[in-house]
Write a protein that binds this ligand. Structure first.
Ligand code: COA
Length: 258
């Protein structure tokens, strides 16, 4: 199937999905989210594909977040819909996929990018990768599961600090937090992930899909719904207008707290 914003190719039982908008640092606009959902679904339904790797094109970014230009004019309702639809189509979908998903984090994984990596079953980073949830610097909150999955992966205190400071951590820090499992040189990232995929493929696919379901069952939380509502509410604030406008105008935001 031909896609506009992503590449998808399967070889030797491994499906590789590459987000391919390098001039926008692979930011997730609506069309990309829909294509990603379709590609994950197609690989999941193909019994020849035993492991899926998701990565970003180019050497700079995995995904630099949701596409700020696309949502900067959204209302409260549109904001809420954005989070709810994205979670359903992509982030929850990947989280619950029966086929194992490895995120190969090859550069910036910010906002929706880190949220996509966290929705994958586990993550491997290249040594230049930088990760963070910068949403509050735009006057909004993480809306694709970040407020839930980050504390699950790194603990509440570290997650709170990362979310409140909107800062980035290095690949090595992410490894020490347990956010990524391994850090490897960028040129070796895909082969390293494929090596792990080969180990997974020696095992029973049906047992693996049941294991994914069982592991996920211990992380069930109603917080995802709270996140969607709070994300939507952010769109009604002056701080959100200021934060997104400042990003698009390439200047520092001046927040008033309104
Ligand atoms: N949404 C839309 N466009 C984005 C984007 C995003 N999340 N992240 C980057 N881009 C675009 C930039 O606007 C720029 O486009 P332009 O060349 O048409 O002006 C292009 O990608 C390159 O980004 P730029 O900011 O020039 O690269 P940089 O190396 O100076 O900075 C980042 C890299 C990742 C630090 C910076 O792009 C950034 O802060 N991005 C936003 C991160 C964010 O807040 N994500 C959360 C969104 S909810």
């Amino acid at each position: 199937m031909a896609y506009e914003n992503i590449l998808a190719a399967a070889e030797n039982g491994i499906g590789v999905i590459t987000i391919n908008r390098p001039t926008k640092l692979n930011a997730l606009n609506r069309a990309t989210i829909v294509e990603l959902s379709e590609a994950f679904n197609a690989f999941d339904e193909d019994s020849a594909v035993r492991v899926i790797i998701v990565t970003g094109s180019g050497e700079k970014a995995f995904v630099a977040g949701a596409d700020i230009a696309e949502f900067s004019e959204f209302s409260v309702e549109e904001g809420e819909q954005l989070a709810a639809l994205g979670q359903k189509l992509l982030f929850d979908f990947v989280h619950n996929l029966a086929t194992p998903v490895i995120a190969a984090v090859n550069g910036f994984a910010l906002g929706g990018g880190l949220e996509l990596a966290m929705a994958a079953h586990f993550r491997i980073a290249s040594d230049n990768a930088k990760m963070g949830l910068p949403e509050v610097s735009l006057g909004v909150i993480p809306g694709y599961g970040g407020t839930q999955r980050l504390p699950q992966l790194v603990g509440k205190g570290r997650a709170m600090e990362m979310i409140m400071t909107a800062g980035m951590i290095t690949a090595e820090e992410a490894k020490s937090y347990g956010l990524v499992n391994h850090v490897v040189p960028q040129a070796e990232l895909l082969d390293f992930c494929k090596g792990i995929a080969l180990k997974i493929m020696k095992n029973s696919p049906v047992a693996i899909s049941k294991a994914i379901k069982a592991v996920n069952a211990s992380y069930t939380t109603s917080g995802f719904d709270v996140e969607i509502v709070a994300f939507g509410e952010s769109f009604g604030t002056e701080d959100f207008k200021e934060g997104t406008t400042a990003f698009l105008e390439k200047r520092k935001a001046e927040f008033t707290g309104k």
